[in-house]
Structure formats: C-alpha cells, structure tokens
Unconditional design. Structure first.
Length: 210
C-alpha cells in the first residue's frame, strides 16, 4: 500500500500516519523527519538541504524529491509506505510522478478551518523528544510534562493563532489543488474528520477497503 495523506495543517495527518503505520505494517515517511535524518547522516542530498536551511531559505523541490526518492529506495519501503507532508504542491506531485513514484491511494482528511484553529491552540510538543499532545484530545498524564521522557511541553510557534491562520492560507492556495490533481487520476478518497481519532482511523481504513 503506497499512500499519501493530505489535509490542512492540524487535520491529524501525523497522528493518523502513526496509527496506520502499525495497522498496515508500513513505514511513515515524514518530510521533516527524513530531512533531519539526511542532514544528521551527512548524505550528499542532506548536506545540500542544510545549506539552504542554514541560509534561512526553503529547501527547493528538487532537493526534497531527491531526499524522498533516496528514502523510498530503502528496504523497509518495499511493501509500501505512507507519505505525510509531501507532496505540498502540484510541482512536487509532478516531480514525484516524473521520478516514477506511483501511489495506490490518496486520503484527504476534511476538516473546517474553525475546527483547526480550535484544535491547534491546544496542541503541545515535548521540547526534548518531540512527542505530540493535545490539552483536550490527547492530554499528558501530568500537566506540562511529557509521558515518554518527562520533558517540558511547549506550544510551538507554528501553533499560535496568527501562524495557524497564515499556514491555512498557504494550504488552501498551494496544497489543496492536489485534491483535484489526484482526483483526476482516480486516487483521491476524501474522509470527513470524525469526533475521535479512532473513528477517523476507521473511516480511513474503510476508504482503503480494509
């Protein structure tokens, strides 16, 4: 199963990717994580990406696609994978196609901007290990403390209302057009966000015929 998860920032792609990864027994490929890993491992593409990031610039599409292609060629991706956070634009989707990368399905998690604003304001991450929490949906056992490593939980700058609004605008302009792109290819499955994480997972698995 080669899968893309689409959805606005805060739609729950990362959470669902984590669950589906166990359900389907395939790895989740998150752009942010593989970028960091490529840089840490000092791969040629990783070093190229680092020069852009150090200069405070966006990593160009071709470098992102090279890093993803490198990652998808690894042994654990033989039976499939879940892409989270890429493609972000039509240009990236076309570049993936040109690289010969094909998908079985594209899941788009549908959720209103109002719900996202509400949801993101409650999101917290661990400063030390990066684990994600939500004050309402997935609260830590002790307020402000990570269950896994005891690190301090903080609100990312990305999750402040002004930033969320700006990110949603970028999503609607640059990423949302991918729904039409994959719909034309007969790959798109839209899944309405459900009241609970588990219900959303069930809806996604149903859409995948599982």
């Amino acid at each position: 199963m080669k899968l893309i998860l689409l959805g606005a920032p805060g739609a729950g792609k990362g959470t669902q990717a984590e669950i589906l990864c166990k359900e389907l027994n395939i790895p989740t490929i998150s752009t942010g994580n593989i970028l960091r890993a490529a840089i840490k491992n000092g791969t040629p593409t990783g070093l190229k990406a680092k020069t852009f990031m150090d200069a405070g610039q966006l990593v160009p599409d071709e470098v992102i696609i090279d890093i993803i292609t490198e990652r998808l060629a690894e042994k654990d991706c033989e039976k499939g994978y879940i892409l989270d956070g890429v493609p972000r634009t039509i240009a990236q989707a076309e570049a993936l196609e040109s690289s010969g990368i094909r998908f079985d399905a594209v899941i788009s998690i549908e959720i209103s901007d109002e719900s996202i604003m509400e949801r993101m304001s409650g999101r917290r991450v661990c400063e030390s290990c990066g684990a994600s929490y939500h004050l309402v949906a997935v609260p830590p056992k002790a307020p402000g403390v990570c269950d896994s490593c005891g690190g301090k939980l903080v609100q990312r700058k990305d999750d402040t209302p002004e930033t969320v609004k700006a990110r949603l605008e970028v999503y609607h302009k640059e990423t949302e057009p991918l729904k039409a792109f994959y719909s034309q290819r007969g790959l798109l499955n839209s899944v309405e966000n459900q009241p609970s994480v588990a219900d959303t997972t069930k809806a996604i698995l149903r859409a995948l015929g599982r």
